[in-house]
Design a protein around this ligand. Structure first.
Ligand code: PLP
Length: 470
């Protein structure tokens, strides 16, 4: 492919993208293919001869697109969003065209210095204290892994990387059952081991860790000769939006000298609106915080902001400097690959810059406030509808409910069947979770292009398909 063909196809793909997004409501939100359909459409062996772009593009439309679940569909109410706004796409396109590998300051000073500035813009946007600096990770999972590794190294007086864990008293990390499974994985990968992830019971409507139970668990571990290393708290847990009491957690962390990492992967974006910041009151006392601009802020996947109070601890945990990675003669520069597990780094700051400049904080705040108020309106409509019960109240734009008509013995099966019918229908997309052991329907609205009508339309589909079940 020569560069004039590249330019022609770039323009054509932009036009295709415009059409895709303008007509996206006519597509089923969740892919409607069966396992293996896409695999079987692809030849088993690689081509030996090259082909023309027209053919490749036609195959893309015919063989690949049917297997796409449309995360940018305004009626995507499953999981959490993965919003991609047009300025973010354009920034990604530019980053893709330039394709720098931004592991060190000198491998693209602009990427490093934009990252420093963008992390600080995000910090200010969320109302976090000026003592936080940070780094852009690929995902919240990576940020949480880095935090758990830092807890490990600090507790072992920086000997874990060199000596490993055998012979050490077990390290203990505390969290509730509401945190995302990225915490479990961080515990596995760090070598601390699942048995040393201590689940603290939750209480209250926010499903927060019970501080008395946390205190007792830490004290019991110390008495048993184990080594408490840190606490992972959540603001906006994945299942129901649980929010730990960050102040209470930090009080205990201070009492026992423990590290606190806060996972606000989804809810963190809402903190650009000052009125929601009560959800993480005390956050400035945490040692690290992660939130994903790639979820609710329109800065597309992948882009995770990882704020740290003490970057030296993170760098001491992760930095390694063979001669070929040294930056001689440039004292004081930041090499962000020393702040993350992967060495190679994409140019992610550019899309944050584009999105924040194009929408401004005002535009982003309005978007989030709309989602919260439309979701809460839908929640009230579901509460008022016959045969439905709200199971967990809205946290921002996330709530759970259940279809519970009288004289149904197995509500779990009924609700899973309803979820499956809804997703097979394709007009909206939702998922399920479990609350106190019961299978419930989980709803969140956060797509950038969603309107109030899109959100309220969900009830029409749910009621129509539920009526067929009983
Ligand atoms: N934390 C929470 C609360 C999440 O909901 C998720 C994913 O949805 C994650 C962490 C993991 O995010 P990532 O895919 O960026 O690793």
């Amino acid at each position: 492919m020569d560069w004039s063909e590249f330019a022609r196809w770039g323009a054509r793909i932009s036009e295709w993208g415009r059409n895709y997004h303008e007509t996206i409501r006519s597509r089923p939100v969740r892919a409607q293919v069966a396992p293996g359909d896409i695999l079987n459409a692809l030849p088993k062996a690689p081509p030996s001869a090259g082909t023309d772009m027209e053919t490749v593009f036609a195959d893309f439309e015919q063989d690949v697109m049917p297997g796409i679940t449309h995360w940018q569909h305004p009626r995507f109410f499953a999981y959490f969003p993965s919003n991609a706004t047009p300025p973010s796409m354009l920034a990604e396109f530019l980053a893709t065209v330039i394709a720098p590998q931004c592991m060190l300051w000198q491998t693209s000073p602009a990427a490093t210095e934009m990252e420093t500035r963008m992390i600080d813009w995000l910090r200010q946007s969320l109302g976090l204290g000026a003592h936080f600096s940070g780094v852009i990770q690929d995902s919240a999972s990576s940020a949480t892994l880095a935090a758990v590794l830092t807890m490990r190294e600090k507790t072992l007086n920086w000997t874990g990387n060199t000596q490993g864990l055998p012979g050490q008293a077990a390290l203990r990390i505390y969290c509730s059952a509401e945190v995302h499974t990225s915490v479990d994985r961080a515990i596995w990968v760090s070598g601390i081991g699942q048995d040393n992830l201590v689940r603290i019971r939750t209480s209250g409507p926010k499903r927060a860790m019970d501080p008395a139970a946390l205190d007792a668990a830490i004290a019991a571990d110390i008495a048993a000769g184990l080594k408490p290393a840190g606490i992972v708290a959540c603001t906006g847990g994945t299942g129901t939006g649980a929010c730990d009491d960050i102040s209470a957690v930090c009080d205990l962390a201070q009492k026992y000298g423990l590290y606190v990492h806060v996972d606000a992967a989804w809810a963190g974006a809402a903190m650009i609106c000052p009125e929601y910041r009560d959800l993480w009151a005390g956050i400035d006392r945490a040692d690290s915080v992660v939130f994903n601009p790639h979820k609710w802020l329109g800065v597309q996947f992948d882009c995770s902001a990882h704020f740290v109070k003490n970057p030296d601890d993170l760098v001491r945990t992760l930095a390694i400097q063979p001669e070929y990675l040294k930056t001689h003669g440039q004292d004081g520069v930041i090499n962000y690959s020393e702040w993350s597990v992967p060495l190679g780094r994409r140019f992610r700051a550019l899309k944050i810059w584009f999105v924040l400049r194009i929408y401004g904080l005002d535009g982003l705040q309005q978007m989030i406030r709309n989602h919260v108020s439309w979701s809460q309106e839908l929640c009230e409509l579901i509460r008022a509808a016959p045969d439905y019960e709200i199971i967990t109240e809205p946290v921002l734009s996330l709530f759970t409910f259940r279809y519970a008509p009288p004289e149904q013995d197995d509500l779990d099966v009924l609700n899973q069947t309803l979820v499956d019918r809804i997703n097979d229908d394709g007009r909206i997309y939702i998922t399920q979770t479990r609350v106190n052991g019961d299978l419930v329907i989980r709803f969140q609205a956060a797509h950038f292009a969603a309107t109030r009508e899109d959100v309220l339309f969900a009830l029409e589909v749910i009621q129509e398909l539920a009526a067929d079940l009983t």
